[in-house]
Design a protein around this ligand. Sequence first.
Ligand SMILES: NC(=O)C1=CN([C@@H]2O[C@H](COP(=O)(O)OP(=O)(O)OC[C@H]3O[C@@H](n4cnc5c(N)ncnc54)[C@H](OP(=O)(O)O)[C@@H]3O)[C@@H](O)[C@H]2O)[C@@H](O)CC1
Ligand SMILES: Nc1ncnc2c1ncn2[C@@H]1O[C@H](COP(=O)(O)OP(=O)(O)OP(=O)(O)O)[C@@H](O)[C@H]1O
Length: 271
Amino acid sequence: MSDQPKMSAATKELLKKVRMMVPPMLEKFHKGQLGRVAVIGGSENYTGAPYFSAMASARLGADLSHVICTPPAANVIKTYSPNLMVHPIMREIGEVPASHEPASELASPIIAMLSNLHTVVIGPGLGRDKLMQATVAAVIKAAREHNTPLVLDADALWLIQNQPDLIHGYKECVLTPNVVEFGRLAKAVGIGEDEMPDTGEAGCKKVAAALGGVLILRKGPVDWISDGSISVKCEQEGGRKRSGGQGDTLTGSIGTLLAYRRLYLEGLWGG
Ligand SMILES: NC(=O)C1=CN([C@@H]2O[C@H](COP(=O)(O)OP(=O)(O)OC[C@H]3O[C@@H](n4cnc5c(N)ncnc54)[C@H](OP(=O)(O)O)[C@@H]3O)[C@@H](O)[C@H]2O)[C@@H](O)CC1
Ligand SMILES: Nc1ncnc2c1ncn2[C@@H]1O[C@H](COP(=O)(O)OP(=O)(O)OP(=O)(O)O)[C@@H](O)[C@H]1O
């Protein structure tokens, strides 16, 4: 009996497309050329999520993986792995003087890093703290100006449900909601459950279209992926254990693939 996982024709087709984005290992490449990914997230309560995300980006093949988080999270994450570059730039509201909420000041060194990054993942372990949310809102605005590909998950989706205009129409943006986050996003763009009888393809397409064509990967038993006009699905069966952190791992992996896509489009190899 074969120990190969069963794979549908659609999944095989999808993997063929992904394969096209994987770069060749050419002798001429130097460090950093094959992917510089940053994960913004990590707060006092959540240090594992940004670690899972950034390590996934590194293990899938990004040359350099950064974590941008709060100082208490940074001290912990640094002990998890020497592979990650950890920047203690973010602050929760209790970490700054009460009269001062310097979201734009905090965002400034992160924005300065954008021209040196291929992709930014925002959300794993970010939390819903007001200052953390305002800081990443400023980074998202700047990332749009730089045309930096974004992957938004977890608490960054909380921000988007409150301020959908931040990403409306931004085609370099991937949202990766779980079932609960997807429901909240749909509600935020005015799509009620009665209008969304099918939480599969039709629902995913509808919410992506309502957000102006951002790419939505709606996680679930089948992952539906749509930009509002085209949709594909991943129905490959995974393990049955639903432990925390699987979505975080996905965000970092997408971060690396988006970096590869960008490098391919910039002509780093091929033609
Ligand atoms: N090791 C770490 O540091 C990790 C840190 N993490 C970080 O935690 C932060 C908050 O993220 P979150 O996932 O707890 O919040 P959210 O998605 O609002 O869920 C809240 C409630 O919704 C439900 N629910 C969720 N999924 C469902 C589903 N598929 N199907 C059905 N129901 C579902 C479920 O409710 P219940 O089962 O109790 O009804 C759940 O309790 C965020 O920053 C994230 O990055 C995580 O990444 C994990 C690893
Ligand atoms: N009910 C399910 N059956 C099968 N696979 C699922 C199911 N729910 C989620 N998955 C798979 O698990 C992966 C992670 O999805 P999940 O819903 O756990 O994300 P998440 O809640 O954002 O994760 P995290 O714990 O990292 O925050 C998805 O890519 C999906 O393929």
